[in-house]
Design a protein around this ligand. Structure first.
Ligand code: PMP
Length: 392
């Protein structure tokens, strides 16, 4: 019933209909435009004015080991982690990056033995985020090399494991897989460890934790990510990487990110500012609504299935909730070899399971697109499943 009711007005969000009913829907990327509706409601709360005389210097704070980190950004990142309780910040070094993509590379550089006789192996459990192999092998580094699925890794010697939790693409909650004997280094990619996606079950305190502004607030275009790093020497090497690759990170982006993160923390205050809407309540409601709608469509289907997620107690909201991942890991139960190709034939672009070291019977579909695209996606899924559809 919900599905037909939702067919498919975008009135609630104020978005204008701009796509024709036969437009190609691109849900291959995880472009987090869903939250534009929230930020429109916030009006001028996040507006920052930067005059021509400001931000000329390369340097932001020469007293900080991360000399290009704007003090306001450090303050607001730490405040938000304290408000949400998802990661420890005391006694951590913060390194800012041009997206967490740059920090992934900085971490690989920092964790590779500088005098190793061969490149260190880089692994992650399949299905893994498709950028890890790309980023690792792109420049054919002599320091590190992609070694694939962590489940199958049995080499002796040093390795680096990416642990992504909740995981991209399948939303599972994860821990390190490889049982290395002392030679392993872990990078925890916590891009989705925020209350709109998953219950916050503990305050993470790993050696290296990566976060991104893109998935927290939806401002992927600002290209801001941050790393929380326990060991000073590792932080120093990551900062060295940033120096050599881009001599720091845009100050304008950092200042804007600081402002926006501040607005989010304020929205969670017991007495929030006037006209403020609790950011995590709003974004969690949207995720729940989308997942309910998708499950309603897929639930009637013999063709498709979705993972189920257990409930857990969220320390932030004080409620039992499920994970509502930013991606749907959609499986085809019929005799179709390549679900990505099949969906493309129905004008839906999704990323093939093969790109994540998994089966092409799976695709990853973005759940964080604009409302209009999401609704059209549901319409297409329904049409594929209609009994009159001779495709299956
Ligand atoms: N890690 C994970 C798990 C991601 O899904 C993404 C974005 N898709 C990133 C890192 C990189 O995000 P960004 O470079 O936008 O900060």
């Amino acid at each position: 019933a919900c599905v037909s009711k939702c067919t498919f007005s975008t009135e609630a969000t104020g978005e204008k209909r701009s796509l024709s009913s036969d437009a190609i829907i691109n849900l291959d990327h995880g472009d987090p435009t869903m939250l534009e509706t929230y930020w429109r409601k916030m009006g001028d709360k996040c507006t920052v004015v930067i005059s021509g005389y400001q931000s000329l210097s390369y340097f932001a704070n020469t007293k900080n080991i991360c000399w290009f980190l704007e003090p306001q950004l450090e303050e607001e990142v730490k405040r938000l982690h304290r408000v949400v309780g998802n990661a420890a910040v005391d006694d951590y070094y913060m390194v800012v990056g041009t997206g967490s993509t740059q920090l992934l590379q900085a971490a690989l550089f920092a964790l590779s033995p500088p005098d190793g006789s061969e490149p260190v192996s880089v692994v992650s459990a399949a299905p893994y985020y498709s950028c890890y192999p790309e980023v690792t092998d792109f420049l054919r580094s002599g320091l590190y090399k992609w070694a694939g699925d962590a489940n199958a890794f049995d080499k002796d010697g040093p390795y680096i494991e990416f642990v992504t939790s909740p995981n991209n693409p399948d939303g599972t909650i994860r821990e390190a897989i490889v049982k290395g004997y002392g030679g392993g280094k872990l990078v925890h990619d916590l891009a989705y460890y925020w209350p709109q996606y998953t219950p916050i079950t503990s305050c993470a305190h790993h050696d290296i934790m990566l976060f991104t502004f893109s998935k927290c607030t939806g401002h992927a275009g600002s290209r801001i990510g941050w790393a929380l790093v326990k060991e000073k020497e590792v932080a120093r090497r990551m900062i060295k990487f940033m120096e050599v690759s881009t001599i720091g990170v845009s100050k304008e982006s950092q200042i804007r990110a600081a402002k926006i993160l501040g607005v989010i923390s304020d929205s969670c205050l017991p007495v929030p500012p006037p006209d403020s809407i609790n950011f995590f309540k709003f974004s969690q409601n949207l995720m729940v609504q989308r997942w309910d709608e998708l499950r309603e469509v897929v639930g009637h289907s013999e063709i498709f299935s979705l993972p189920e997620y257990p409930q857990d107690y969220c320390l932030f909201t004080g409620k039992f909730t499920e994970t509502h991942p930013a991606f749907a890991w959609l499986k085809c139960n019929k005799d179709i070899e390549d679900l990505g190709k099949f969906l493309k034939g129905h004008k839906v672009l999704a990323r093939s399971g093969r790109r994540f070291g998994s089966d092409p019977k799976y695709v990853r579909v973005s759940m964080v697109s604009k409302e209009e695209e999401f609704k059209l996606f549901l319409e297409r899924l329904l049409a594929i499943q209609a009994p009159t559809n001779g495709n299956l």
